[in-house]
Design a protein around this ligand. Structure first.
Ligand code: TXA
Ligand code: MG
Length: 351
């Protein structure tokens, strides 16, 4: 398959209307288009077409029991595909369009393939202007997982999409860097109208709590226990297996320095907060350091994390160290992605 790559300016996508209409024709015809969203790039196909879902799973190399999110142009469009509730509309009013995905009971219009065999469907109304135009011109909900090969971090730049998806999809829309950089917050509405957080993201627990009571699914913070059923099928897959193992250090910079002083650090790289980089450099001027952003600037950290993991993975390090994030606010999303990338390898240095 030959992949066409088109560039669209996210600030004025109307200027590329013809390209976006062509992308929408591809979706309607059962083909695949990678498009930017405000979280990460999505690998899109017609959410009502079982063949498109099969093609998406094949292009990603993803198991067919891990369901896809359907992307809609307006929150009320959810009614065509799912049983909406009062809480859904409260969430929609506050957070949509935006980086929130809500799990609802599915209607028959979404094929089993898209839902990964579940009787629920994940619905998201993205904010990115290119994504919105593409959905609108397509006239259907667009099923889209993150546009990475299964096992790589989600792509946040067109370069990383091209690395994974060239010649596997019909078109790639290059819309620049994704604004947030981690995947959407996912919640399930429970029968008592409370929410279960299945995946943390930019929309935080504190924000969701303004709408309803929130319970955090245990797998968000920890490994799925052996006999625990995954509330979200994605929880049971190891998301990302870096070639160099990632090791998270739970401790302040003095404790981290004391620790690495005892280790053989040849071939080792560090993902560091901006404030800590100078101490690490002083300790070992030759150690490659990736700047995650300032300690209290979780938005910059979220924006950079997947980019750094991909770039670091190209360099053949023996091991990569990174600080264990705290779980406050957007920190919970960073914590969740980093413990998975590290396959739960956390070294506790706190006394
Ligand atoms: O930000 C995002 O959400 C991006 C962009 C492209 O919109 N999409 C994304 O999709 O991250 P994906 O497929 O990589 O992750 C979706 C997660 C998976 O872990 C999947 O198991 C879960 O959502 N999921 C999908 N449908 C579900 C359902 N009906 N019930 C529970 N979990 C579901
Ligand atoms: Mg994904």
């Amino acid at each position: 398959m030959k992949t066409e790559v088109v560039s669209v300016d996210v600030l004025s996508p109307e200027k590329s209307k013809d390209d976006i209409i062509r992308a929408a024709e591809i979706i309607k015809g059962g083909g695949l288009v990678v498009f930017p969203t405000e979280t990460v790039y999505g690998l899109g196909g017609d959410g009502t077409n079982p063949d498109a879902a099969r093609k998406i799973y094949a292009a990603k190399g993803r198991p067919g029991d891990n369901p896809l999110i359907i992307h809609i142009a307006r929150p009320e469009d959810a009614e065509k595909y799912a049983e909406t509730t009062e809480i859904y509309f409260k969430l929609a009013k506050r957070f949509m369009p935006g980086p929130l995905t809500v799990i609802l009971k599915s209607k028959g219009s979404v094929p089993r393939e898209t839902r990964g065999g579940l009787d629920t469907v994940a619905v998201r109304c993205p904010e990115n202007k290119i994504a919105r135009l593409l959905i609108e011109y397509s006239g259907v909900a667009i099923a889209a997982p993150s546009a990475n090969l299964s096992g790589s971090p989600s792509p946040t730049t067109a370069r990383h999409v091209i690395d994974d998806m060239m010649d596997r999809v019909d078109m790639i829309i290059d819309g620049g860097e994704c604004e947030f950089g981690l995947e959407s917050t996912i919640v399930k509405i429970d029968s008592d109208n409370s929410l279960t957080l299945l995946r943390p993201g930019k929309i935080t627990v504190a924000e969701l709590s303004e709408i309803a009571d929130v319970r955090i699914a245990p797998a968000v913070l920890d490994k799925l226990q052996e006999n625990e059923v995954a509330l979200s099928p994605g929880m049971k897959y190891r998301h990302y297996a870096p070639k160099a193992p990632l090791v998270l250090l739970n401790g302040d910079i003095e404790e981290q320095l004391r620790y690495i002083r005892e280790e053989d650090i040849s071939g080792i790289a560090y993902i560091s907060y901006t404030e800590d980089a100078e101490f690490l450099k002083k300790e070992n001027p030759n150690m490659p350091i990736y700047d995650l952003g300032s300690k209290n600037d979780e938005l910059t950290q979220a924006h950079r994390l997947f980019y750094i993991l991909r770039e670091a993975d190209k360099c053949g390090y023996k091991r990569i160290y990174a600080p264990l994030p705290n779980t406050d606010g957007v920190g919970l999303a960073l914590y969740n992605r980093m413990i998975r990338a590290a396959a739960h390898t956390i070294i506790n240095l706190r006394r």
